[in-house]
Design a protein. Structure first.
Length: 286
């Protein structure tokens, strides 16, 4: 069961968000018919989107996360809201590369190291906030840690993982540790040592560790304060026919006439959920 939980460690001086996102990543894999490498890549970004969605105050506000690298997967995008629900896509759904020397899927190679990470926050203000940082490794978690340090001046630890087997997504999840302003050097040292000793997030989930056990492991603190709120992330697209109709109506009349003459109707496909919407001439004649 997918869930996200929040805790305070080190007597409230350290914040940690832990997430299991196995079901929503599997839903994305099915919708887009993703290869294992594409599943791992998009799954990590969707998990980060779900985690960041819990930091949005209003349900209808949104955050867009996008990697534009020079790797073979092309653009990778996720949109999350405050519920949080997430949706996303990759350009090359069948990307495949040799495994890395450690036997892991090469997410960094799929994204590429030459490019940028974009974080766009639409929080109901006049203009959205746009943060841009160069891609560090393409492995996603490391890139977000750099983004938070440079763009939001927030020292953090980010871990994201997707474990894929022959049946699909076996486990997926992540954690996000941030320091409060009053965090001490001892707190930092404790967390650094705990994270270094811990298994990967996907391995801990595969061992059926609870999110609280994972939080205790990576903070080195068995006396966590639990922030009580049930958070159930899910993969959900909010597309509808009216939104696509608005886009079609922005085309020139000559372009529409040509399409209707040649094809009889216009078919649109949502890039996030693959749902199709068809429009006949009379649908948009007004």
């Amino acid at each position: 069961m997918d869930e996200i939980k929040k805790y305070l460690a080190c007597e409230g001086r350290v914040n940690i968000i832990c997430a299991e996102t196995t079901s929503l990543v599997e839903e994305a894999r099915k919708i887009h018919d993703l290869s294992p490498l594409a599943t791992a890549t998009l799954g990590r970004l969707l998990t980060m989107g779900a985690i960041m969605g819990t930091r949005i105050k209003e349900e209808n506000d949104s955050i867009t996360l996008q990697f534009k690298g020079n790797g073979p997967i092309g653009n990778v995008m996720c949109v999350a809201n405050g519920k949080p629900s997430v949706k996303g896509y990759v350009v090359n759904t069948k990307v495949d590369l040799p495994l890395k020397a450690n036997g892991k899927l090469d997410v960094g190679g799929a994204i590429g190291k030459d490019g940028f990470l974009y974080v766009i926050k639409d929080l109901g203000l006049k203009e959205p906030y746009v943060g841009i940082t160069p891609i560090t490794s393409g492995e996603i978690a490391e890139d977000f840690a750099k983004y938070f340090a440079e763009s939001e001046q927030t020292p953090s630890v980010v871990a994201l993982g997707v474990l894929v087997d022959s049946q699909g997504v076996k486990k997926a999840g992540g954690y996000f540790i941030t320091l409060m302003p009053d965090a001490t050097e001892e707190d930092i040292k404790q967390i650094e040592e705990a994270v270094a000793k811990a298994d990967s997030i996907s391995t801990m989930l595969d061992k059926n560790m609870s999110l609280q056990q994972i939080a205790e492991t990576v903070t080195g603190d068995e006396n966590l304060m639990v922030l009580l709120k049930e958070i159930k992330p899910k993969y959900e697209c909010d597309c509808n026919k009216e939104k696509f109709k608005t886009g079609i109506k922005s085309l020139k009349k000559e372009e529409l006439d040509e399409v209707f003459e040649n094809q009889g109707e216009i078919e649109t496909v949502c890039q996030f959920c693959n749902k199709k919407y068809r429009f006949k001439r009379e649908d948009i004649e007004e």
